[in-house]
Design a protein around this ligand. Structure first.
Ligand SMILES: [Zn+2]
Length: 211
């Protein structure tokens, strides 16, 4: 049994190496989880200076209806054609989603009563920092921005449409703080769209102006 001794040494060394790698791997994984999770546990920052996600000076109707969900805002222009209207970033930020939610369906300006899709259709999500984000649903076409792109306040991110689960061309809009949807604020004022117990609307004029 003269050859048994060196191989036992080798096995013990290999065992030590594997244990060291396991410990290092576990530490690296914990570090990665901490980097991802810790920012989510921090309290949200101050509210960004959100503006209506539509062109400067235009007056739009903001509304909701039973079953829509609290704080969800549907925007319709009070003048002119809704289809294709520019949808603007409410505040500066980074695009985190620019794609399709659910299914598009077939509602277009040429066929407004086409088959209804599911979910948000073409949509965009913007991270404004401090755990604040905005969402823009039912866009007409693929968003004009891509994931990871920085956008300025008032930058056009898409065109208004009726993709996804949408009855008529409009913009479905949400503001979120941390884990929660909150009452949308525009130009420093609460929107007035809170509960979805009843159908109601308010009118606001956009101050999402250049400069
Ligand atoms: Zn909606």
């Amino acid at each position: 049994m003269t050859s048994g001794q060196p191989s036992r040494h080798r096995a013990r060394r290999r065992g030590r190496l594997l244990r060291t790698l396991l410990v290092l791997g576990t530490l690296a994984a914990l570090g990665a989880v901490a980097v991802l999770v810790v920012p989510l546990l921090l309290p949200p920052g101050p509210r960004p200076p959100f503006q209506l996600p539509v062109a400067c000076g235009e007056t739009w109707q903001l509304g909701t209806y039973p079953g829509h969900d609290d704080y969800d805002v549907d925007l319709f222009p009070t003048e002119g054609e809704a289809w294709g209207r520019p949808v603007l970033a409410s505040a500066a930020g980074t695009v985190t989603v620019a794609g399709i939610n659910g299914s598009l369906g077939g509602r277009t300006p040429e066929n407004p009563d086409g088959p209804r899709g599911r979910g948000g259709g073409y949509w965009v999500k913007i991270d404004h920092g401090g755990r604040w984000e905005t969402q823009y649903l039912h866009l007409l076409e693929p968003p004009l921005v891509r994931e990871g792109q920085r956008v300025a306040q008032g930058e056009q991110i898409g065109r208004l449409g009726s993709t996804g689960n949408s009855g008529a061309p409009h913009l479905h809009y949400e503001q979120r703080r941390g884990w929660d949807k909150v009452e949308a604020h525009f130009d420093g004022e609460p929107s007035g769209i809170t509960h979805d117990d009843a159908e109601y609307t308010v009118r606001r004029t956009s101050n999402n102006c250049p400069g």
